[in-house]
Design a protein around this ligand. Sequence first.
Ligand code: AMP
Ligand code: ZN
Length: 723
Amino acid sequence: MRLYNTLTRRKEPFRPINPPRVTVYTCGPTVYRDVHIGNLRTYLMADWLKRVLLYLGYQVFHVKNITDVGHMRQELLEQGEDKVIAAARAAGKTSKEIAQYYTQRFHEDEKAVGILPADVYPRATEHIPQCIDLIERMIQKGHAYEAGGNVYFDVQGFPEYGKLSGNLPEALLRGVRVEVDPLKRHPEDFALWKAAEPGREMKWPSPWGEGFPGWHIECSAMSLHYLGAPFDIHTGGVDNIFPHHEDEIAQSESVVGGQVVRYWVHGQHLLADGLKMAKSAGNDYTIRDLQNRGFDPMAFRYLCLTVHYRSRLNFTFNALKAAQRGLSHLRRHVEDPAWKEISRPKGETAEAWRSRFLEAIADDLSLPRALANTWKMVHDPSLSLAERARLLVEFDAVFGLDLESWPERSRRIPERVWRMAGEREALRAEHHFQEADALRDQMEAEGFEVRDPARGPTVVLCRSRVEWKGYPREISSSKEVPVLLGEPTRYPVTVSLVAHNNWADLKRCYESVRHHQGDRRVQVVIVEGGSRDETRPMVLGLARNDPDLVLWLADHPLGEAASRNVALRQALGEMVVLLDVNVEITGDLFSALERTLEDPRVGGTGAHGLVTEDYQQFHEAPGPEVHAVTLYCFAVPRRILLEVGWMDERFRFYRHLDLDYSFRIRSLGYRILVTPNLPLRFHPHRVWEEMEEHERFRRSRANYYIFYRRWHHHRHLLSLPSS
Ligand code: AMP
Ligand code: ZN
């Protein structure tokens, strides 16, 4: 087998230290919330690696740690919080209870996607003595020093630092903005042990006083404890390379005095809406989210099989639907259990398929290739149906889709489902149709279809959930929406509105558009982002009765910029007006905006103007000439849209998107003007007001950095022609 090693940056032949035994360490979850499917992609990668090794005849000893004392991440250091402790406090539980609860859920999620259990799941809190021992040895060898109850690793004393990530200490220094910790000798040093802050719940005695381990030390301690040195393979996601694994190498190797991990294997990220899936980006889904939408967790496994682990994979529900279809089709090939009766196919054709399969999986886990070959194999007429099914199940030892048990599973209707069917019948008999329908939906989500014959309930297994229940125009991304900007204008005005759990506001805003449009025809484009409340059915109702309303239903919240892009792509109005739903029009808004845009040099106008001197502080300004207008009401002439381009979809949250877009317009030489005294009433801005303080801060800051990085060099855009 050949395996890509992050350490050497090339594919290498895999040679275990003590064949046939192979030792593998996987960085596991931090158990203070459910893992998202991005995390699971990384654990699936480790699972496929293990299954390939087993298929090749190795014996695998697999350790996957459970981090039940919070990571020492920068953002959390700033908040002074430990993830596990913070979650416990919020839920009124002890850290231990929270950790136990989410550990249990993690095991359930892993099982749902067919991940083989590790041999050991060591918990960080149960290996504090090993951490302390390791730190003491680092201090003895002069690789670490104590300061104020903290212990730090001395990065300069470990010349090989940077060999995994390529991040050399000098380069790191340049990346350090504000040094937060005055106790460190050098800013690039990292914490091995931290003194407990007053009142901290999770803390342990140590030679340096009461405290708790740093983020990286647990993995050194537990991998050395369970696997010894050296061991064969260490896995994780690419974001673990630096600093986590770089620091782990420094810790372990400075104590052991030689190479500890032979092969470093890292999985690329799962993205959603083009961004790394992360709780903090708000684009994360759990396995349970997928199940609630009617998907089989195995469909996610199938989806991951279709892309090599070293490539990014952009998650969309449309892609998941395709995966669900693929899985259903594969299952059909094994549904007839006749294959269980025949012996392992041995002919030349079978051997040829086998060797192709082997070649693919042994080439750095080229599972997409192995899967494509398998698809060809199941359609090979020179093998009998039973032989093909038998081979498919053989290959599935690596794919891990649990096809072997499918013939039984496909026939079995669980007790629970029978009960639900009975309850539903009773509800229908009493004319509680809504509740009955809800039960039916729930059964469908679990893969069972209910038919209503003349007498009694019939639960029919939905064999292949080929059709995903959704609206015909449901989209996963703005890119699926046709661009109409090349067509002639058909309206004087297009208005863009974004619907997401905001029916009351949306309705008020929409009605005010219709009320004050005068004798113009105004095209309204609404993007509905997968609301969980009444918004979606209500908006569907609107669209049915309004021929000038274009409605796009998204299968998840697309984010602010992407939602606006849908409207920009669909705009047929000479002037495009982006409105926030907190705005209510009280007079002839459109004429006023049109007058400002009459001047061909004006590229945008709105109600509130902003100016800045340094791209850092923005002030409201009366204008008319300004740097930006806010997104509450932002009018752009349609003719410049193709030149300006789409909004940057990294802005999932509205803040600073208006600045970015305004600067885009200005960088092309157009002016941005305020139109004074617009007939608008501003109602409370719910998105903002219902958000917690630190969440506002975090999201605003993330957007601000995107804006700032792009524009702060463009000093010339700061001069405003005096008007
Ligand atoms: P964390 O809880 O952030 O330490 O992540 C647990 C594991 O999931 C680590 O191995 C990460 O590298 C991995 N991971 C985090 N986010 C993603 C993502 N979007 N795609 C793939 N793997 C991820
Ligand atoms: Zn780790």
